[in-house]
Design a protein around this ligand. Structure first.
Ligand code: 6GU
Length: 271
């Protein structure tokens, strides 16, 4: 996978990507990164790449021509002619998620355009951008961190990037549930013991406990991810038990309603 990033802050991207797992993957030749400094393509000769917005208003707008010239240079480096996928990072884009990472990881070349200031001249976006992507509902100062977030998530999907010890067979989102809690030595840390089932050596019980913890976490933190079609009889039994012992669990009215809804709907189909 070859990443190309057009940005005003190439050192920020280089630093981040040459660290940890993505850094190791680049050394191994599984990933490559080329940053393109948009400022090098200034057309005014003084390094300026922004100007006032037509129609007035606050802030500056990144001009079309420097970005287009940077893009032309990028295309020459990829030998991909005009076929390259180019992601523009913007809070107005579609929200990034795991399936999108999986899909983008199939590309051989992937380019990113990081904006700053109040935005980018719309005409150059229309000319070169294939995907508009946001990383969530909050506003950042620029597209560099979102580009790094995306490259990190995509890199993990590239074969060979994760060693076996880095990867979890069961990880959050791969089965629609959040990951269960993990524990390591010592057995008692500052008075807090490891859940006894994990020391029992009974693999069946360990698996069941972990799955229930996944269900509980997903229900507590991300009820929107729990879909009745992904729940089996055992799962429903566990959730019913949770509802029945609601006083000990301290469930909120909203949580109770989510549970009743899940159980109510699924009862109609399975029981
Ligand atoms: Cl992709 N860019 C900026 N500037 N802010 C964001 C974002 C992107 N995604 C969420 N907030």
């Amino acid at each position: 996978m070859n990443f190309y990033v057009m940005t005003l802050f190439p050192e920020m991207i280089e630093q981040g990507m040459h660290t940890s797992i993505t850094g190791r993957a680049m050394e191994k030749g599984l990933l490559s990164l080329k940053t393109i400094n948009i400022r090098d393509y200034s057309v005014t000769g003084n390094g300026r790449i922004d100007d006032y917005p037509y129609g007035g208003g606050a802030g500056m707008v990144m001009q079309a021509e420097p970005i287009y010239r940077a893009y032309e240079d990028l295309l020459r480096q990829t030998r991909a002619q005009d076929k390259i996928r180019l992601v523009y990072l913007t809070p107005q884009g579609r929200v990034f998620h795991q399936a999108m990472a999986q899909e983008l990881a199939q590309e051989e070349n992937l380019a990113f355009l990081c904006g700053h200031y109040e935005g980018v001249d719309e005409r150059v976006l229309e000319a070169i951008v294939t995907d508009y992507v946001s990383i969530g509902d909050y506003v950042l100062t620029g597209g560099e961190l979102p580009a790094m977030v995306m490259m990190d998530a995509i890199s993990r999907m590239v074969p060979g990037v994760l060693s076996n010890s880095d990867s979890g067979v069961s990880e959050s989102f791969s089965d629609g549930l959040l990951e269960y809690p993990q524990y390591s030595r010592p057995e008692i840390w500052r008075g807090c013991p490891v859940p006894p089932v994990l020391l029992s050596g009974h693999h069946g019980n360990v698996d069941r406990w972990r799955h229930e913890q996944s269900l509980l976490r997903t229900f507590r933190n991300r009820p929107d991810l729990l879909k009745k079609e992904n729940l089996n009889k055992e799962d429903l039994k566990y959730l019913r038990k949770l509802l029945e012992s609601e006083t000990d669990n301290g469930l909120s009215a909203e949580e109770i309603s989510v549970l009743k809804n899940l159980l109510g709907i699924s009862l109609k189909f399975s029981d």
